[in-house]
Design a protein around this ligand. Sequence first.
Ligand code: SF4
Ligand code: SF4
Length: 495
Amino acid sequence: MANCAAPFVFPFQTENQHYLFDVNTRRILRVDKIMHDLVQEFGTLSPEAIFARHDGEYSLSQIESAIVAVNEFQAKGLLLPNRVQEIATVDAQDVVEELTSKRQQLILEVTTACNFRCTYCVYDSHDGTFRGHGREEMPWSVARAAIDDFMAYNSRSEMCAISFYGGEPLLNMPLIHRCVEYVGDAYPQSKPSFSLTTNGFLLTDEAIDLLVSNHFNVSISIDGPEAVHDACRRTKDGQKTWQVVTENLRRFVQISKERNGDCYVIVNAVGGLEADLGQVIDYFSRTDYLPEEFSLIFASDRAYASAIKPGCRLYDSAREASMNLDEQLIRGDVETDNCAFRVASSVLCKELVKFHKRHLLISSEGISRIVHSACIPGGRRLMVTVDGKYLPCERVERLESTTIGSCKEGVAYEKVQELMQNWLSFEGCKTCWCVTTCNVGCFATVAVDASSDRPPKQDACDNHRRQRHSLLVRYCRILEKNPGALDYARGIQIT
Ligand code: SF4
Ligand code: SF4
């Protein structure tokens, strides 16, 4: 199959048109039905064999004309049969270089304890791959060793970031305080940016003072309006939390403003299965306790991924909200600088805009070799558990196979290299139509259990292909009706 002579394309259709996604160039070509239906047989079967196979659905002369059309496309460098021959991951030298001088972000799990028991929390682990809620606190010796190790290998990085994570990190304020002070004293030139992921319940005056004084970026979890939030986010003993959290955030933003602080707020809304996404978006676009500049990340938790399907409120409401937004884009009557649109589009149009802004590839160069764009574990992010083990990031399961060192021994380079080889150079990619637009590179999105008998990335890949297919249909459906519908995205930066 890697040497297949048929054009390397993915055929798809909207209600009105047929298309081919040309994998080699990332272009979308509008074609007729016969081309859509038969293109993957051209080059592999004779016209007569195709004719016989389709039981007379198309005449021989129609099939021959379609083959001529394919040849014409190919003369222009489109619809080529090139398949990927090699999926390359970064080599050992790149790994060592990044890990010895360009580490970007250190994430310290300062506690395993949490004062909340959210219904979707990964730490109420169902399959034992994530730890459960605990009571351990990271000892100072671990935090210090991890900071020293990180600082020693960050010298050539453009980014130097230290993040505090939990459980609920504000349950271990003394350690956060100590780390911030230590970094200031021991590494005065480094000026790292600090960040914290919190449920917001313990944003006391003392905590706010620490965060504002040190210009923290704060990622806070609020699921939306009171009822939606309180349905999932309760304290350990079952209390509702929305009132306290939103009031705390209001105070945080106000104090930060009064002190001319430059704290940045990211709202992390996690979708419970019963959440109505339209309502959530509407709520955030009208809310008054957030700063003017904030990001909204809507993340439905991986543990729920298989339950998000038609019939589930989250799924149905996301579909409806997305269709409403598409209709607005098609009519071209949206005010794109209006807050409601910005919030809705940041949640519902991110992938659409990313795809719209993709770089087209030059086909004559082919795609014989793809370098996987996945991050180097430990380079972009390095998560340190309370007991000092190193993991690729906070969203990766804690398994023997995912541990890439410790604060005592440092990062094990050969382990990182092995992870990349095993999980990323996946033979299936060579013939996968998503190969030139794929973002299944994040270790957190792949099944990493080496003892599992299914292929390592199977679920993530199947999901990804389904989502890409829907995205292509949505994209073409919008542009068929209004070719300028996504022009607003020109100035948008995608991260
Ligand atoms: S606040 Fe975070 S760590 Fe705590 S229960 Fe909720 S999701 Fe889990
Ligand atoms: S979806 Fe999976 S098989 Fe396809 S290119 Fe991405 S990682 Fe490879």
